[in-house]
Design a binder for this molecule. Structure first.
Ligand SMILES: [Zn+2]
Length: 389
């Protein structure tokens, strides 16, 4: 264990995590009227200012700040960004008190404990530890506590536009492994267009729901024949599922429209344009078979996949520190789920995802393992000390 990691006090790290969980930071784009990041950002900013960091809190949407806290090095070293999101999903359906953190059987419970306040607490603790150890760094360390990861990643988008660095660690649950790949994804809305008519006038009506039935059959075929065989060694099988469907007004009327929302992924090495072309081809084929078939596609969100370099300096330094502290190997892994890493990597900053093991993400009971939170803080402290030396 390095000198920085040695100064980590588990009680202080977990008390900080509990403080973060106690602050409701539910994303207001997900839950109307939710408080968002303003209060938790104030808390993080004050804590980093007390440590002498240069703190800015740019709004990425009205009342939705990022916290960008920079500890300036003496010059000539590598700059590292530690990125974790401050917002959480909602608390509806939770069966534990969401904002009253409690530790039981080696885990800390509460909304956001794992996703991703544990990583944020570990990152803040790591910076404090390097300072406490009296280590001087040549490079800068930047804590980037970002807004809106759970909805449209406005925070990391802003970060990627405005900051430069030689490496970035994005805090999410990787069980202390190093994640260098995840899928891209899109939310598309497919609309079929019919014609409303009295149910007794079939010569006038066009049934948009029946048309959507054909789309559903073809999407299912696409999934079975193409997407299920599109498997990335780290990011897994290409994601596809239906999300919502709505159409028609009443039983006695031909439905004039039907709308289907889907979630669909693309693997590292692909772009969402490839998926979109597959969907467009299906719709074109259906139109060629049936002159009455009409459709359109609306893109609600489209995100590129993430593919980092497993041999990048930050990935290797982090791996060495994990092994040093835990005595265990930190594997190179991937995920199907989208994370902010894609945005930062695509801005040219070598990026890796790393964080402690938790569970119940977005679920009724969310928790994070306290041992892994403390280990994360130690690992990050030594990583900062080595990478920015
Ligand atoms: Zn999440």
């Amino acid at each position: 264990m390095g000198a920085a990691a040695e100064t980590i006090d588990p009680g202080v790290v977990l008390a900080l995590l509990a403080d973060l969980v106690r602050i409701n930071s539910v994303n207001p784009f997900l839950v109307l009227g939710a408080p968002g990041e303003a209060e938790i950002a104030r808390f993080v900013a004050q804590r980093m200012e007390r440590q002498g960091l240069d703190v800015r809190t740019p709004d990425v949407a009205p009342g939705r700040p990022n916290v960008i806290a920079r500890w300036r090095g003496t010059g000539g070293g590598r700059t590292l960004i530690l990125n974790a999101h401050m917002d959480t999903v909602g608390v509806a359906g939770m069966t534990i008190p969401p904002f009253e953190p409690r530790i039981e059987n080696g885990s800390l419970y509460g909304r956001g404990s794992a996703d991703t306040k544990a990583a944020l607490a570990a990152m803040i603790s790591a910076i404090e530890a390097v300072q406490r150890a009296g280590i001087t760094l040549r490079g800068d360390v930047v804590l980037a506590a970002v807004a809106d990861e759970e909805y449209s990643s406005l925070g990391s988008e802003h970060l990627a536009r405005t900051e430069k660095a030689d490496g970035c660690i994005v805090g999410e649950d990787t069980q202390l492994n190093r994640m260098v790949a995840h899928q891209g994804f899109a939310w598309y809305e497919i609309q079929t267009i019919g014609r409303a008519a009295h149910g007794m006038h079939p010569e006038q009506g066009i049934d948009a729901i029946a048309a959507m039935g054909k789309v559903l059959v073809e999407l299912d075929r696409l999934d079975r024949e193409v997407l299920s065989k599109n498997v990335h060694p780290l990011a897994g099988r290409c994601v596809f599922h239906n999300g919502t469907i709505a159409g028609g007004v009443e039983p006695g009327i031909y439905p004039a429209s039907c709308a289907l929302q889907i979630e669909i992924g693309c693997n590292p090495g692909e772009t969402m344009a490839v998926r979109r072309a597959e969907i467009d081809a299906i719709l074109a084929r259906l139109a060629a078979e049936d002159p009455q078939f009409q459709s359109r596609v609306i893109t609600h969100i489209e995100r590129a996949p993430f593919e980092g370099d497993p041999h990048a300096e930050i990935v290797r330094t982090l791996g060495a520190c994990v092994e040093d502290i835990t005595g265990q190997e930190s594997r190179i892994v991937g995920e199907n789920a989208w994370m902010d890493a894609a945005l930062i990597q695509s801005a040219g900053i070598p990026t890796v995802v790393f964080g402690p093991r938790g569970g119940g993400f977005h679920g009724a009971v969310e928790w994070v393992e306290t041992d892994q939170v403390v280990a994360s803080a130690r690992i990050l402290a030594d990583t900062v000390a080595r990478f920015c030396a």
